[in-house]
Design a protein around this ligand. Structure first.
Ligand code: ADP
Ligand code: MG
Length: 354
């Protein structure tokens, strides 16, 4: 029943790719649930992959955005409704959901999407304006818009269980804040390069006010969330993504970055364990760094051509088979060895999602 946000304050770390893979695999392994992806990124990369990839998916995206009658059937359509009715939910969220399977036969039938939309960028200032002035708790009410959207959709569904994945924009704009206020759990993907550690530190500072320098200014999101006693997502996992096993040297360098970031997050755990989501339900609280890592750290390998084909054709990696694939008229070979690198990672990670 949880809401997961995939966010890091950095682009290109795999938020959208992992949203696509994780939501698809979660839906496949939980056929009695409905799974919702909310694409809160104006680039709409997760939507494009879910709707069939760089050719079919992009076409579908355009059709969905352009052919809708008065309002686009996208996240921007919903946000437009809320800009008109900021402080009273019109309960119209369910009309902004797209059933994915009719657009893409490669995804499970229980997958639903609130399509991403570049118009989010244009709306951002009007969303921010709605947070003040207005009623005394305008900030709080506006930050519940995505929670309202999820409630509307869940209320319209006939199933007991539903799990939500939100793909976020890297920068901490107002719609990223809305995603954070709606999420129970946070999955932080990072890549193994030098700037990832800085980005993860920024996440900790912006969301939880954890800064190393005493007296450093704190984010408005953190201050207002505290003032209004609003929930912020708990750290569910930090995921080293696109790790490569090319050679021992590179693997060793990546390991070092993963461990550095792991140590940073472990130090937060020691001072603020309440910021973390103990899982699965009923699991004992980690009592050592090893147990901490086992619960919160995950690694996803780079599957090279297989990853490119998966995203470009909108075929979840778990449903992709080896062989020759056709991409825009070109034949491209997907090897079993590439698939074997990533499939177990995705499968294992999704087994920890509950
Ligand atoms: N595990 C992976 N293996 C191979 N390629 C990946 C992997 N994760 C992401 N990518 C690729 O890296 C690029 C950036 O990923 P993306 O999900 O768009 O990042 P973000 O959403 O964080 O900006 C994309 O081209 C994506 O297909
Ligand atoms: Mg993205």
């Amino acid at each position: 029943m949880s809401v997961y946000a995939l966010w890091n304050n950095k682009g290109g770390v795999g938020k959208s790719y992992l949203t696509f893979q994780i939501a698809s695999e979660y839906a496949r392994t939980h056929p009695h649930e409905k799974v919702l992806v909310i694409d809160l990124c104006p680039q709409a990369n997760a939507s494009s992959m879910l709707l069939g990839g760089i050719i079919q998916g992009e076409q579908n995206l355009d059709n969905i955005a352009l052919t809708s009658a008065s309002r686009r059937k996208t996240i921007a359509g919903y946000i437009e409704e809320r800009i008109l009715s900021p402080y009273m939910s019109p309960n119209v969220g369910a009309s902004y959901v797209t059933h994915v399977r009719p657009f893409n036969g490669a995804v499970p039938p229980n997958l639903y999407l609130v399509v991403g939309d570049e118009e989010l960028e244009i709306q951002a200032s009007r969303v921010a304006n709605a947070t003040s002035p207005g009623p005394a708790d305008a900030w709080r009410i506006v930050h519940l818009w995505i929670s309202d959207l999820i409630s509307d959709i869940r209320n319209s569904w006939d199933v007991q269980d539903s799990t939500v994945f939100i793909d976020c924009n890297p920068s901490f704009t107002v719609y990223t804040e809305l995603a954070m206020s709606a999420a129970d759990n946070l999955i932080i993907p990072f890549s193994a390069d030098g700037s990832s550690k800085r980005a993860v530190k920024a996440v900790l500072a912006l969301l939880y006010g954890i800064t190393r320098i005493p007296g450093a200014p704190q984010s408005q999101f953190h201050l207002e969330s505290q003032r209004f006693r609003m929930s912020v997502p708990k750290i569910y996992a930090y995921v080293g993504n696109r790790l490569t096993q090319m050679n021992l040297g590179a693997a060793g360098a990546f390991k070092t970055v993963v461990n550095e970031i792991g140590a940073e997050i472990f130090s937060v755990w020691r001072s603020n364990p309440n910021l973390f989501a103990i899982h699965p339900h009923g699991a004992p609280v980690p009592s050592s760094q090893r147990e901490f890592r086992k619960m919160f750290q995950a690694e996803i390998n780079d599957a090279n051509t297989a990853s490119v084909i998966s995203g470009a054709l909108g075929i979840p990696i778990m449903a992709l088979h080896s062989g020759t694939k056709n991409l825009a008229g070109k034949d491209i070979m997907v090897n079993q060895s590439q698939l074997d690198k990533q499939k177990p990672n995705i499968s294992n990670f999704v087994q920890t999602v509950n």
